[in-house]
Ligand binder design. Structure first.
Ligand code: ZN
Length: 291
């Protein structure tokens, strides 16, 4: 049986070889796509396009890609990817509603934080004024009581103390009302923001693709649509670069190749075994494999 398999393989190589010579580059591309082995031939990549709404430089994006590349290469000890300015696999940052919502959520949550800080600052000022008001008011009450209880000869000095204290209490009331209004205004704004925030976060309940890998025999592309921060960008890239290596989705949620991304995902032994499986496929296996 092995003998038969060997002969078939030789015949196949010969046939495909002749076809490549005769039919030219298209067949050559189909051939290299079909029999591509990621452990033998590094994938050459380059940056395709970066939508400017992402507000990131080529250098920033490339350094994240190189980090993702290193994650695979360190895990397997194999050089899987090479960056080159003209590299065939294009990696793109594509801006749409996904990143747009992310930016809005980040903006709103910093507004909320600022509001919260502002609110507690004004609230503690308000509380301090109320304390001052309470003590001035009771001091005033005592003075007025003393004044009323004094005999026929009223003290001018006591009266002037009372007038001064009345002024102080009056000023404090104005200040307290002012701050009270500010606090109410902030509370309204704050509630509105909390509502907006919840609305926005609600839109994230449906899962969406953070990126994808698209390939045919003529072109290969990775598109990244959404990430929260650099660490998450690297994770999405690791996942999509895994697809470029030929990996399908894994079943275990802790695998980097699990369909939905989450925290705490990394390249597991399951991910690596699948990759080793792909690298050890014979031409025969590849031909029999269903697309
Ligand atoms: Zn995927």
């Amino acid at each position: 049986m092995d003998y038969l398999k060997a002969i078939t393989e030789i015949l196949l190589v010969a046939t495909v070889g002749v076809a490549v010579l005769v039919l030219g580059p298209d067949i050559q591309s189909i051939y290299s796509e079909k029999f591509f082995n990621p452990c033998q031939t590094p994938i050459s990549y380059s940056i395709g396009s970066i939508d400017e709404d992402f507000n990131v430089t080529d250098e920033y994006f490339l350094s994240a890609i190189k980090d993702a590349e290193k994650v695979w290469e360190d895990a397997a000890g194999i050089n899987f990817f090479d960056y080159s300015k003209e590299g065939g696999m294009k990696i793109n940052l594509v801006y749409d509603y996904r990143q747009d919502s992310t930016v809005q959520i980040n903006d709103l949550s910093s507004t909320l934080e600022a509001n919260e800080a502002n609110y507690s600052k004004i609230k503690s000022e308000y509380d301090a004024y109320v304390n001052q008001y309470n003590s001035s008011k009771s001091e005033l009450n005592n003075l007025v009581l003393r004044y009323n209880q004094s005999g026929k000869k009223k003290s001018e000095e006591l009266l002037s103390q009372i007038r001064t204290l009345e002024k102080t209490v009056g000023d404090l009331v104005v200040k307290i009302n002012e701050l009270g209004n500010q606090i109410n205004g902030l509370a309204v704004k704050y509630n509105m923001n909390v509502e907006n925030y919840n609305d926005l976060v609600g839109t994230f309940d449906g899962e969406f693709e953070q990126g994808n890998y698209v390939s045919d025999y003529k072109s290969k592309e990775i598109n990244i649509y959404q990430y929260d921060d650099r660490e998450k960008l690297v994770n999405v890239l690791v996942h999509e670069m895994g697809h470029a290596l030929g990996l399908d989705h894994a079943i275990d949620p802790s695998d980097i190749m699990y369909a939905l991304s989450s925290e705490d995902q990394s390249i597991t032994s399951e991910d690596l075994n699948s990759l080793i499986g792909i690298c050890s496929e014979t031409m025969w296996d590849k031909l029999l494999k269903k697309e």
